[in-house]
Design a binder for this molecule. Structure first.
Ligand code: ATP
Length: 373
């Protein structure tokens, strides 16, 4: 690989190729080799990819900062005079789909996911899009109850689907504006997240508050606020999401880091303080929060005591080969997978499986057997 040439094309903030390339890892997919930046550094996002045989660079999807307080957060984050587009934030799995001779779906950390690649080729009109826009990457969320990564239900999505929330230049990472991206998605019939509205920063607070109330009542995740040019983004989430994520983490108490849990508690506290809640409302929030912590932990302890496998359960459907490739991919990432059922329906293979949570299983077993901390 001509490191100097790639260093320049990547626009990294170092002149020393070794500084950067020692953090690239070599991986392969379908006999092709690609190189992945494993951590954000030198101005480049984690998951930035170089596909050498296609002489292609695909920048990682940027990290989206989070507001804990809407007022004055929105005003401080966006420039005066900006127009803020308020879009729904969907709870799924981020992929970048790029054409490197064939369309491939890269995960946030830069792996090619064989399953998501196969599904994207089936569900999105990629050929038509890449014919016209070969240098772009589609940034999409894989959502629905049947995916290998998330299980959140969305009305109208019986199994899984994609929502395109960004179209970027693959090499520079520069996004299309919100309006252009929404228009392009319509042209190619790509579904996209709901747009709640556009407003200047002052007025956007109310748009966001209304959106959050509505999304919270529906048990949905939250919003991403974007400058119209698409280059500044910030997120904010609902109480329902905080509680769901806490329940998810506490259902496997020794597999999720303490930072994960503490950050969700902080989001709750700032939201409760800002939303001017009276005594009863705060009491109700505290009660729900407690339930999302204690119930899943007690369930996990009882499940282990009953000899059940604990872990995250998923269902996937698709052609047999892409499902085999998915399990190879997950096992290569050191996951222990247990298949619970494997059947065929309408020419598709449908597999239910568990990503076994070994740390939680082993620690809970230790305490149940009388072990000490
Ligand atoms: P980070 O904090 O680095 O962004 P994270 O994985 O913790 O990482 P999330 O809290 O899930 O990120 O929020 C960012 C993700 O939200 C994006 O990477 C994208 O996958 C997802 N997302 C869902 N809907 C949208 C949307 N409308 N616009 C942008 N991103 C969206």
């Amino acid at each position: 690989m001509d490191r100097d040439a790639y260093l320049e094309r990547l626009g990294a903030t170092t002149d020393e190729p070794a500084d950067l390339f020692e953090h690239f890892e070599q991986r392969s997919f379908g006999g092709r080799t690609y190189h992945v930046l494993t951590d954000a550094r030198h101005g480049l996002e984690r998951g930035t990819v170089i596909v050498e045989d296609a002489e292609t660079v695909i920048r990682g999807y940027p990290s989206i900062p989070r507001l804990l307080v809407l007022e004055p957060g929105i005003r401080s984050f966006f420039d005066d005079g900006a127009t803020v587009a308020v879009e729904e934030k969907l709870d799924g799995f981020n992929v970048r789909i790029a054409n490197v001779g064939e369309p491939l779906a890269f995960t946030r950390s830069g792996y090619v996911c064989p399953y998501t690649t196969a599904r994207a080729r089936k569900l999105l009109s990629l050929e038509a899009f890449f014919d016209e826009h070969p240098e772009k990457t589609l940034c999409a969320e894989l959502i629905g109850p049947e995916t290998p990564y998330t299980t959140t239900d969305y009305e109208g999505v019986d199994t899984h689907d994609f929502r395109v929330f960004g179209v970027r230049d693959r090499e520079s990472g520069d996004p299309l504006s919100v309006a252009d991206r929404r228009a392009i998605c319509e042209t190619y019939d790509f579904n996209q997240p709901r747009l709640f509205g556009r407003a200047p920063p002052d007025a956007a607070v109310e748009t966001v508050r209304d959106a959050i109330d509505e999304l919270d009542a529906a048990g949905r995740e939250g919003v991403v606020m974007k400058s119209e040019a698409g280059d500044a983004m910030v997120k904010y989430t609902t109480e329902a999401q905080h509680h769901d994520e806490l329940a998810y983490a506490f259902s496997l108490p020794f597999d999720h880091g303490r930072d994960f849990i503490f950050s969700r508690l902080l989001r709750e506290a700032f939201q409760a303080a800002e939303f001017d809640e009276d005594g009863d409302r705060l009491q109700e929030r505290a009660h729900d929060l407690g339930e999302s912590i204690l119930f899943p932990m007690v369930d996990a302890i009882r499940d282990v005591d009953d000899g059940e496998t604990i872990g995250h359960r998923h269902t996937v459907r698709g052609d047999a080969d892409s499902i085999d490739a998915l399990f190879d991919h997950l096992r290569n990432q050191s996951m222990t997978i247990e298949l619970e059922s494997d059947r065929r329906e309408d020419g598709q293979r449908i597999v239910e499986f568990v990503k076994v949570a070994e740390s939680s299983r082993d620690r809970i077993t230790h305490y149940l057997e009388g072990g000490t901390r």
